[in-house]
Ligand binder design. Structure first.
Ligand SMILES: Cc1ncc(COP(=O)(O)O)c(C=O)c1O
Length: 267
């Protein structure tokens, strides 16, 4: 491959500086001076973004990160010697091993040439190699290629079969969208459902903050329904009804309800 001639200078991408007071998008010119676009400030960005709160990634976690760094160079400064992050369910950070099967299948799908090497037979169990071959045979272009917008049909079929087996209810792959994580799906839905603050969504409390945050982002109204701690975090129908009645007071009825496992922790 020919290298770029050294006289060709590519500008680095824009940088966002957050100073607490002012936010600037700046890019370094080839002469090393900073060019600013001062029309983009903390006062001119989307207010909904500023209103979003995401506690599990918020001030307490940021502070814990600073203390963790400080601990590394000052091990006796605090009355403890390590920090266990409980802000998100992250078993791997606590030493739990990831599920090997998925990683092995993914490794072979990402590097299909390996499938036909003699080493593959000793490195990967039969069922892993079978699953990788099956997926690759049904996935045009393999991993990394653009797929149908809803996700690869063959993989959606696998998910639909799993749902049917679990729930005993038919599942049409045309009703399934695969997203990279639950948050992306939640954003799609909130963006589609919320027209303005008269659209409300029922959210169980305690919640994972994704739901209130996306509601704030898209400008809807949060109708919290509190789960009953003394009834094993069960649902209180009267509480649900009172929140639904509040939703009925808005000019649009309640648009949606988040039915989520209670997000209860002891931290
Ligand atoms: C209840 C709940 N909803 C949504 C999410 C976000 O899921 P994802 O990381 O797949 O976007 C989490 C993550 O911990 C969660 O616990």
């Amino acid at each position: 491959m020919r290298r770029l001639r050294s006289s060709v200078r590519l500008n680095p991408p824009p940088v966002l500086f957050v100073s607490g007071v002012e936010t600037r998008v700046a890019s370094k010119t080839s002469f090393g001076t900073i060019r600013t676009m001062s029309s983009i400030t903390i006062d001119t960005i989307n207010q909904n973004v500023k209103d979003m709160q995401y506690a599990v990634r918020g001030a307490i976690v940021a502070k814990a990160g600073l203390i963790e760094l400080d601990l590394a160079s000052n091990p006796t400064k605090y009355p403890f010697d390590k920090i266990v992050m409980c802000n998100i369910g992250n078993p791997q950070s606590l030493g739990q091993k990831p599920i090997t099967f998925y990683r092995q299948v993914l490794a072979l799908c990402d590097f299909p040439e390996m499938l036909d090497t003699p080493e593959a037979a000793s490195l990967f169990p039969d069922d892993v190699r079978r699953k990788a071959r099956d997926i690759l045979a049904n996935m045009k272009g393999g991993t990394g290629a653009y797929s149908e917008s809803k996700g690869v049909a063959f993989l959606r079929k696998m998910v639909a079969d799993g749902i049917e087996k679990r729930d005993g209810h038919p599942c049409d792959i045309e009703d399934l969208w695969l997203t990279d994580g639950a948050s992306v799906g939640c954003h799609y839905l909130m963006k589609t459902l919320i027209r303005d603050m008269n659209d409300a969504v029922l959210v169980p409390i305690p919640q994972y903050p994704l739901y209130s945050a996306t509601l704030a982002l898209y400008g809807g109204t949060l109708l919290p329904y509190y789960l009953q701690e003394d009834k094993e975090w069960g649902l209180d129908v009267a509480e649900l009804k009172s929140q639904t009645d509040k939703g009925a007071g808005l000019s649009h009825p309640t648009r949606s309800a988040v039915r989520d496992c209670p997000y209860v922790t002891d931290n």
